[in-house]
Design a protein. Sequence first.
Lengths: 314, 917
Amino acid sequence: MVAQGSWYNNGSSAKSRDRIQDHAVQGAELAQRLPLITIEARRVSAAVTAGLHGRGRAGPGENFWQYRPLIAGESAARIDWRRSARHDGQWFIREHEWDAARTVHLFIDRSQSMAYASGQGPEKRDRALIIGLALADLLVRAGERVSLMGVTEPSASRGIIDRLAEALRIAPSDDAALPQALPLSQHSMAVLIGDFITDPDLVARCLTGLSQSGARGTLVRIMDPAEASFPFTGDLELVSTEATLSRKIGDATSFRKAALDALDAHERALQACARRYGFSYHTHLTDQSATSLLFTIMQVLARRDVSLMAQQNG
Amino acid sequence: MGSLAFVTPLALAALILLPALWWILRTLPPRPRRVMFPPLALLLAIMPAAPEPKSMPLWLLLVRVALAACFILAMAGPRLDQSTPRLAGKGPVLLIIGTGWSAAPDWQTRITAAKALVDEAEQADRPIALLATGSRTDEITLQTPAELRARLTSLTPVTFIPALGIHKKAIDAFFSRFTDTEAVLIAEPLASPADQDVQATLTHPFLVLSGDDQRLALAGARHDADGLTLRVVRNKDGQEQSGRVTGFDSQGHLVGDALFQFTSAAVETEAHIKLPTMLLNDITRLVIEGASSAGGVWLMGADGQRRRVGLVSQSQRDKTEALNDPAWYVSKALEPFADLITPPLGLSESIDSLIATKADMIILVDGGALIPQAREALQDYVAKGGVLIRFAGPQAPKDDDTLWPVKLRPGNRSLGGAMDWETPRHLAPFSDTSPFAGIDVPDEVTIKRQWLAEPDADLASRSWAQLDDGTPLVTGMTIGRGRLILFHVTPDATWSSLPLSGLFVNLLQRITMLAGRHDESTLSHPDQAVAPFQTLDGFGITRTPDIDAQPLRPALILQADYAHPAGFYGTRDAPYALNALKPGDRLTRAEWTANATQRLAPLSATPPISLTPWLMLVALLLFVLDTLATLHTRGGLTAPPRRARMGAFLLILGLMAVHIDPAHAVEKPLAPKDADSTLETHLAYVITGDARLDRISAEGLQGLSDFLAEHTALEPGQPVGVDLSYDALDVYPFLYWPVSDATATLPASVFARVDTYMRNGGLIVFDTQDEAFKRDDQPTPEVRALRRILSNLTVPELEPVPSDHVVMRAFYLLKAIPGRYAEGKTWIEALPKEEQVTEAPARGGDSVSPLVISSNDLASAWAMDRTGKALYPIDASMPRQRDMALRAGVNLVMYALTGNYKADQVHVPSLLERLRR
């Protein structure tokens, strides 16, 4: 699956073979860490669940929502006779909670650049997996169906965390920083979790593809604090995670401002790109709490629901 | 004035690399720190095209070049020589070295000083000559420095203190030949008594190099009532000093030792070796520990041995009349230097028992007649090498009694009696051929009565002592290998005052010395020259004699000199010992005072100071500085993260806890391992920490356990290794402790535990495993370690395991306790002395010995694998040694378990007998 992943990839074949081996090793390491990650994901998800409320509206579903008086013109078949019998001269309709199951397509970037931690937080990849799995759990509980793009089919299983973790474990390691730009169905949503160290144009192309049929979603950018603040001093040689790229930059302090400017420009380009395609955009630093991010995402998704409903209804 | 020199000046050539290093360091910038930064790709656009290399700061460059320079200089081995040149003049240099034994302890220093002088003279291109005081030279010749160095290297100290005075002629000749001679004397700490005023004798200008050194020497050994007393002398008083004298036998085995102690004012003291006579007689060489010179060695010849003398006296006189008892005088005279045996039996029986017990000398105190059987027995005894002394008696000699050295006239001669004309006679000086030659004759000895001899041809040669009228007083003759001696007076004061005088003691002593010397030649000709067969060198080490060592006449040469090095002369059976000092000698200090012509200087020059360590230290500091600076410039010098600091702290704390733990962990409940041992008997060994030793112990005890299970009712469990400081010892009845050099420092608490274990009935088998490595004069490291251990424990009196000890009878009937080696003695707690000899085949004390000490490496012999195959070789000096070793092991275990039970078993027959009755 050599996709648009490393757009700067110009390494020799020997190097890439080494890297594949590295990936295998890292994949094994990741597989070892997965149980811990699933536990952490469950914890995060539980913490968020406690604070979430239901969707709070009537709609197609199985759970009882409310009785309401029959409005003239409605089908008599919808009358709840048992309830109506208790009330003289009035007919009630039993409404179920709106339970429209939609599909949320998750993408978690597992490329090399995600396997980085400056020491102030966990690896970006770990944090991405925690957030992705916890989000999947929350969504499934909320009645959505979740798929891992390119890995699993949509599923509403209660044990979604384990299912996804197992799928990740046996899935071939993936160096793609972005999902395949296949159009998603209109009512589905895409949640892309990664560091987006790519050309914003590529991101735009990907989002174009994904949102072709009207799907919307969220970009979650995971960053190490060091990546955001460029805290280095002294005489430096910068090396990319794949060790394919290295540049001597001289004194880091003097380079810092230019670097921060460039990083900031990239960030802004990503934001603009997301906005353009109707995606929400979040930046998460690995030294921050995953819970608060999940809260934000869930609220945003819920609001998106409202807007979707509005779209559907209107 | 110091001068700088280099040991390896060639290394300085590397200094030319420094400019190159400078250039390289300047050109090559320091490597930047590599930092992983995933978003690097985002920054590619704004990368500076070629970031300008950060050149090394000048000071860092200087630090690095200085580091390299320091290192190169250190490798060159710079030395700051602080010594001043010794030589000042221009002419030839005369080097005189005192090579007496007192120079031996610091011989190398002296030779080094001499070589330094040779070097100095060579550098100044001055001719040089060498005079060693220990060798005789008529003329001192100039030699090349190379020859001199070779001579100095091969020079060894001699076994006496040579006098400087005798070289005066040669020195004078040298000075008259080369008037501008500069003489340097490397003086030894002791002076020959002949050099009364050596400084006045040697009038020439001298530079005297001397060290103010303490020297110890042995000057005299004498037997007394219960041992051997040694006279230890030193050349300097002023402080207290103690030491040890050890005695070795002719094979070099240590026989005994004694301590001596100088009070601060004393220059001589005594050491007393207390040993049974038989053992004392084995001592041939006494050595002051650490003296390492010929003066610190005292050789004991045949005359130094204590003789066993039998006294036969028929008169059973009352003790209150001691002064009338002839035996009393003889025994008083002999007591200081001989062991007296007086059998309380009849005449013949006494003689028989003395001959049977191999007395060196028999004295018949009474002048009475002998019955023929006794006479024949005595004749035989003398012919086989015994010495028989007879005295005159009141009764005239009988005709049939022919056991006299000379033919006696009937009757006796009375001098100075009331009815006599003649006055009591005095003694004539002893002739040179007499065995008494050299003994002074005091005037006070008078003879009033004597037996007379028939004059014949042999009389003169057989007369050892004569009166001033030529009549014999003491006559002697050789019979076979022995000697028959007759005193023509009685041994009491009635016939003469001889028994009252010191001369009597001297005569008896001289005769006693003859006893036991069975060599015909030395016996009949005491003044015949005897050749050396073993000599000492100046260091006090025994060697084969030099080719120029001359034979000597024992009576004339009493002290080592040029021709006669200290050593043993004569034959090995009856050696004559020549020592560096005479009995009674004192050490004379060589006193040198500076005067107009003679300068003084210390012997050892200030050693040059090596600057290498300091340069290395500076280089190291520079290196640390460089490392810190590099870290700083690369931006890596930050405080370690909090967690790392915490971790380091916890780690240190943990290490401390590990360190502290044992002290607190002494008393604790029984470990599972030990608890298991309460249910089943396990053999145990002490874990020494030496993995090899511990493995052998485990394998050995496993082999022994298997053997026990196979042959006895005891089926021990797995052998257990115990840590003395942790494990409960009480549950193991048998503890094998291989002592190695490493088992040395155990804390006092451990010794207290071991002590308790031993007191409570445990048996520890100490095994030094060093039988093959034992040397005579030096204890092995293992023995020293064992001594260290035992000095902290309560150890009972020990003895080599007697053959009737119950441990030899506990299961198998054994003759020895062999292991890998069979010769080593095994020591065990001494059994109480039995009042009378019992016929019991086994003896055991009241309790089990708390320890057994072996040097035979028992475990190696016991070690077997599961198939019964031996794991280690044994020296197989005993038939079926491995089987015997295992049997001995069984006996040791049985002894530990059953104690003296087997010793009690011997009473079973009598008990049964009693029951039947």
